[in-house]
Design a protein around this ligand. Structure first.
Ligand SMILES: [Zn+2]
Ligand SMILES: [Zn+2]
Ligand SMILES: [Zn+2]
Ligand SMILES: [Zn+2]
Length: 377
C-alpha cells in the first residue's frame, strides 16, 4: 500500500462525511504504528455508511477480528495465573530477603536497625564493631554512626519469628519427620535423649518419665532464652575487656611506681646516711624482687583474661550459629551450650591490686618521732 493511495483513501472518506478527528493519519497505517486509530476510522466509516443506508459488513468483520485476538488474550490470561503464582513466590522470596542479615546471610537474630536505616543481627554488629571506636560505619552503606548499641527492632523480630515458625511447620510436615512405627508427625522433643517423638512414642515406657515439650512452642521460647544468654555473654566479654585494659594499664603504672619508689628509698637513705649503707642496697633489692613477683602475677592475670576473652568469643559465636539454625536443630543443641556458657560466666578472672610490704629504714622511725616531738614543743 503506497502512501499516495492511503492519502487518496483519506480524502475520499473525508468527502464521504467521516469527521476529521475520526480519521487516522496516513503514517498510522503506512508505518503500521497506530492500529487502534486505523480501526476506529474504519468503524466510523462503517457507521457513516450505515446512516447513509448502505449495508456494510465492517462491524462483523471487526468482531471476527476481535475473536482472532481473543486467542492470544486467553493465552495471556493463562500466563497471568502462572504469573500470580510466580509473583507469590517472588513476594515470599522478597520477604525472605528483607529478613536476611547482610553480614551472616541468615534470618535476623535479634534484629536492630541502625541510624542509616539498615538492619542487622545484634550479634553480627557486636562482632563486626568489636574492636572499633565510634564513629563506626554501617557494614552496608558505610554511613558513620556515633552509637554502637541499638534496641531490638520488634517488628522485624516478629516477622522473622513468623517466617521461622512457617518453615518449622513445613519441615514438620515432611515425611522424614514422621514416626517410623506409628506414622505420626513427631511433634514432641525429648529433652533427655535430644530426639523427636510422636505422641504415642512419648507416652511409651521408655520416655514417659522424661521431660518433653512441644516443638512448636519450645522453639520460640528456647530462642528467647538463647538471646538472653547471648546478651549476658556479651556483657561478660565487655567486662573482661574492661578488666584486661585496666590490668594492662596497672602494669605500666606499677612499673613506674617501682622506679619512683627506688628513687624515694635512695633519697631517704642519702638524707640520713650520707655514706653508702648496706641496708639501702638490700632494701631496694627486696623491693625489686617483690615488685617483679607482683608484675609476674599481673601478667599471668592478663593471659588468663586473654584466654577468657577467646573462650567467651568462641561460645558467643557458637550461640550465634545456633540461633540461626532451624528450631528443630536449635532445640537439640540448646542444653549443651547453655551449660557451657554457665560455667564460663562463673570463672571470670578478676583484677588484682599489687602491694609492696613497707620496710622500715633503720633509725628513721625514731628520728621521725623526735622530729614530731620537736614540733610539739
Ligand atoms: Zn546476622
Ligand atoms: Zn547503612
Ligand atoms: Zn511413634
Ligand atoms: Zn524421652
Amino acid at each position: 500500500m503506497s502512501l499516495e493511495n492511503i492519502g487518496n483513501f483519506i480524502k475520499a472518506i473525508t468527502k464521504y462525511g467521516v469527521k476529521p478527528h475520526d480519521i487516522f493519519e496516513a503514517n498510522d497505517l503506512f508505518e503500521n504504528t497506530n492500529h487502534t486509530q486505523v480501526q476506529s476510522t474504519l468503524l466510523a466509516l462503517a457507521s457513516m455508511a450505515k446512516t447513509k443506508g448502505n449495508k456494510v459488513n465492517v462491524r462483523v468483520k471487526y468482531a471476527e477480528k476481535q475473536e482472532q485476538r481473543f486467542e492470544p488474550e486467553k493465552l495471556r490470561e493463562g500466563r497471568n495465573i502462572i504469573g500470580l503464582q510466580k509473583m507469590e513466590s517472588d513476594i515470599s522470596q522478597a520477604f525472605q530477603e528483607e529478613l536476611t542479615c547482610f553480614i551472616c546471610l541468615g534470618y535476623f537474630t535479634d534484629p536492630v536497625t541502625i541510624s542509616c536505616g539498615h538492619s542487622f543481627c545484634q550479634a553480627c554488629l557486636h562482632l563486626s564493631w568489636e574492636d572499633m571506636e565510634v564513629p563506626v560505619h554501617c557494614p552496608m552503606c558505610r554511613e558513620p554512626s556515633l552509637q554502637k548499641d541499638f534496641r531490638t527492632n520488634t517488628v522485624l523480630k516478629k516477622l522473622v519469628s513468623i517466617a521461622r515458625q512457617a518453615s518449622l511447620k513445613k519441615s514438620l510436615s515432611a515425611n522424614d519427620h514422621k514416626c517410623d512405627i506409628h506414622k505420626e508427625t513427631k511433634r514432641i522433643f525429648c529433652v533427655e535423649n535430644k530426639i523427636y517423638l510422636c505422641k504415642l512414642c512419648s507416652e511409651s515406657h521408655e520416655h514417659c518419665a522424661h521431660t518433653h515439650c512441644a516443638i512448636e512452642t519450645a522453639g520460640e521460647s528456647q530462642m528467647e532464652k538463647l538471646l538472653i544468654k547471648m546478651a549476658s555473654i556479651w556483657e561478660k566479654m565487655e567486662e573482661n575487656q574492661q578488666n584486661l585494659e585496666e590490668e594492662d594499664s596497672m602494669i605500666t603504672q606499677f612499673r613506674d611506681y617501682l622506679t619512683q619508689r627506688e628513687d624515694m628509698i635512695s633519697t631517704e637513705y642519702q638524707k640520713w646516711y650520707p655514706v653508702p649503707f648496706d641496708e639501702e642496697k638490700q632494701h631496694i633489692e627486696k623491693m625489686k624482687n617483690e615488685g617483679q613477683c607482683a608484675l609476674e602475677k599481673l601478667r599471668e592475670r592478663i593471659s588468663l583474661m586473654l584466654l577468657k576473652s577467646m573462650e567467651l568469643r568462641d561460645i558467643y559465636e557458637e550461640m550465634m550459629v545456633l540461633s540461626q539454625k532451624p528450631y528443630v536443630e536449635l532445640l537439640q543443641g540448646f542444653e549443651d551450650i547453655l551449660q557451657r556458657s554457665e560455667s564460663m560466666r562463673i570463672s571470670m578472672p578478676q583484677n588484682m591490686k599489687p602491694e609492696l610490704s613497707a620496710l622500715p629504714i633503720t633509725g628513721l622511725t625514731e628520728r621521725f618521732q623526735s622530729f614530731q616531738g620537736e614540733r610539739q614543743q
